[in-house]
Write a protein that binds this ligand. Structure first.
Ligand code: SF4
Ligand code: SF4
Length: 190
């Protein structure tokens, strides 16, 4: 029996359908955005465009490119979580939302989705493949979260993970170095 009625709309949005907790992600917390602004301001105050080469042996084109990346961070919008701002083409999200679930932990077909009989074809439109891709990227953290939600309910899970985030936990602590989305995109364009 799901206890999702104990969650506010903002809290619901922070649950990735696939088990990611968006409240621990920098896309939501915006720490990189603040740091990028600080970095950009420091570079401007030093007129780094003029002296980059002497400071760090960095050519003006690389400085420009770096500033462009910083600007993209600065102008990015803080994500409000999977249910509101999450990838609208994600097949897991589409499927779970159609069923009215806060996460896939509520679904009777969860096992079939996360342990499918067919191999992973890196197809970004298949919910089974997407589950595999996400689970590699997050080192199965999402799957463990779904299991925990199933066992203890949303409220308990949320209260515990919010405390963990306050103590410094970030999704970056569990994200693997594998380039899974690059691999999926390469396969798609082959
Ligand atoms: S958009 Fe898809 S991959 Fe992203 S958190 Fe939501 S369900 Fe997970
Ligand atoms: S069928 Fe799969 S993707 Fe859809 S809600 Fe169930 S577990 Fe999630």
């Amino acid at each position: 029996m799901s206890d999702k009625d104990k969650l506010s709309d903002e809290e619901v949005a922070l649950f990735g359908k696939c088990g990611i907790f968006c409240g621990a992600c920098d896309g939501h917390l915006g720490e990189a955005k603040s740091l990028a602004k600080r970095m950009y301001d420091i570079m401007e105050s030093l007129n780094f465009d003029d002296v980059g080469f002497f400071f760090l042996r960095t050519d003006p084109e690389s400085v420009e490119l770096f500033k462009k990346v910083l600007t993209n961070f600065i102008n990015s919008r803080n994500c409000r979580g999977c249910a509101i701002d999450g990838n609208p083409t994600c097949p897991i999200k589409i499927c779970a939302m159609e069923k009215g679930f806060v996460t896939c932990a509520e679904c009777e077909f969860l096992e079939e989705c996360i342990y499918p009989s067919k191999p992973n074809n890196w197809n970004l439109t298949s919910k089974e493949d997407f589950f595999k891709i996400i689970s590699i990227r997050y080192n199965n953290w999402n799957l463990n979260n779904l299991k925990e939600i199933k066992k203890n309910g949303y409220r308990k899970f949320l209260d515990k993970i919010v405390e963990k985030v306050k103590k410094g936990f970030r999704t970056g602590n569990v994200i693997s170095k594998e380039k899974v989305f690059r691999k999926a995109l390469e396969k798609m364009h082959r």
